[in-house]
Write a protein that binds this ligand. Sequence first.
Ligand code: BG6
Length: 497
Amino acid sequence: MVIESKIPKEAEIPPTDFVIVGGTGDLALRKIFPALFHRFLDGQIPESCALIAAARHTLPKDDFLAQLRPFCDEVITKENEADWLAFGERVQIIGFDVKTGEGAEEIEAACLATAAVPRVFYFAISPTLFSDACQTLERTGLKTEQTRLVVEKPMGHDLKSAEALDDSILAVFEERQIYRIDHYLGKETVQNLMALRFANSIFESLWSNAHIDHVQISVAEEVGVGSRASYYDDFGALRDMVQNHLLQLLCLVAMEPPSKFVADQVRDEKLRVLRALKPITRDNFDRCVKLGQYTKGSIEAKPVDSYSNEVGHASRTETFAALRCEISNWRWSGVPFYLRTGKRLAGRASEIVITFKRPPHNIFEDGPRSSEVMEPNRLVIRLQPNEGLKLSMTSKEPGPGGMRLFPASLNLSFNETFKTRLPEAYERLLMDVARGNQTLFMRSDEVEAAWAFIDPIVNEAKLRQPEKYTAGTWGPVSAFELMAEHGHRWIEPEVDG
Ligand code: BG6
């Protein structure tokens, strides 16, 4: 069945001013303005909203739009070319210096005059400027009661720096005004994970150590470090991906049901999971963590260079990390959560795999092929690409010939089921900021709890050399051993092509 899915009229956001600070930079061009354009096309952004790119280095609007267009082209057609032009009309580019505040008056003049209108400042600038920028917004009076601040990772590079960064923001803004983005929380299937768990009763009753054997969370990328070599070489996979995206996914799988789907209740439950993670320290590091770094190889038949050549020097930075985590609480005691992420892997695929326990006794033992095919039930939540859910089960082949079992699966592909384009994470998140809904944003205590877990791992990692893996494979051998030691194996994600 195909379901025609449309944006409901009530999804229109209230009049809101969007000021993208660093609005002509990479993040703004690749993600933020395209997200605003998509929402504009769907009629979610009312006429009165100001869309401002505030930047130290301005450029003529036509040049800005020419740079933006390739990131929006996919949805521009002959029929809606006029909408693209109308969107362009709405965008304003204003020179703004976050240190001196020069340009603040022009921003004030471009925003809607009433103090009741939410004013969203999105910091698409280096975190080293956050503190100055916050002070400037206050000093120049741009910050109103209704101002909301959006910030993105990296939120510090360890617990101490994250606390310092937060202190500098909290000196000006209240927690209710701060929207810390982890764009994984804006992904459709991630939200669907919550619907799956908390809008259905069949899974929740099985969702514990009584029925689940182990959980795997994989975020595999084909891309290398590209133009971000100096940032990445400092951060590595543990800080770039595990501290935020993978731990957030783990929280959503493991958290207790909140009594309401509202910001603080959801965030309280995620925080409890982070705080219940069993620490990984020197004593258990080698049993729980495996790190890798890619060497030359090929992806989709194209040769790719080694990490050290990409960054231009020999490096100990890990481009792959696999972890075996444990959650010390009643629900999850004894259930390993395996996390892995890496660059230059065999495919781009993000999946959560919940493996259930095997049936306690096999009554089909003597049937043909029964022992080979009696795989445990698995629920695969596919985040990208080809978002969907798959439940694997054992079934019987039709016809005579004894109980011939075979592995079958129930598939829900969102692309095939819903006749709609799935919005990008930033689209959903920006609309939530305008509505004042913080549910899909991280609170400062969550960010800090994640750093408290990751810091000792990063400190140990620094003392070791990551194991090399060939680009275009699924990572270093030790990552497979991590699983095998416990009688488990990575379930290879489905890759396009
Ligand atoms: C970012 C990381 O947060 O997420 C990048 O800094 C990574 O290194 C990216 O490539 C992955 O996001 P997505 O949405 O493409 O899976």
